[in-house]
Design a protein around this ligand. Structure first.
Ligand code: NI
Length: 139
């Protein structure tokens, strides 16, 4: 368990007032947890600037399953990268539209490559990679 360090930060008062208003709306009990979350987010975003960090991410895809060959294409790409695909949840949104939520684990560069390959498939209406972390180096 890492020990806690208390440190002083000087910031403009109007900035802190805005921050306090936001964290109150977000149900934070104190500034420490909110600032800790910001720092952890900052660290995770830094990790994603490199290609060789171990990480995990979620790819959201929305598409019309009637579009020619789209299911085969998405399936084929996932099989090409099967060792990185943790899961694929498929939701039938309505008669036409589907949502796939694909969890991908591996090096950041590989995850980005898989996301780019899936999102650029013809017929994808919305595609987005959400970055996350395996959490090992975060306290
Ligand atoms: Ni469907």
């Amino acid at each position: 368990m890492s020990k806690l360090i208390r440190f002083g930060v000087s910031l403009p008062d109007d900035l802190i007032k805005k921050f306090d208003r936001i964290i109150k709306n977000k149900k934070y009990e104190n500034r420490s947890k909110a600032i800790g979350d910001l720092i952890r987010n900052f660290i995770v975003e830094e990790e994603w600037k490199y290609d060789n960090k171990n990480s995990i991410g979620t790819i959201n895809l929305v598409y019309d399953h009637h579009k020619r060959e789209i299911l085969n294409k998405l399936n084929g790409i996932q099989h090409d990268f099967h060792e990185y695909i943790v899961s694929d949840t498929h939701v039938h949104l309505d008669h036409n539209n589907c949502l796939d939520v694909i969890i991908v684990k591996g090096k950041t560069g590989r995850i980005r490559q898989i996301a780019d390959t899936l999102i650029s498939v013809k017929g994808i209406k919305f595609g987005k990679l959400s970055i996350a972390t395996q959490g090992k180096d975060l306290r």
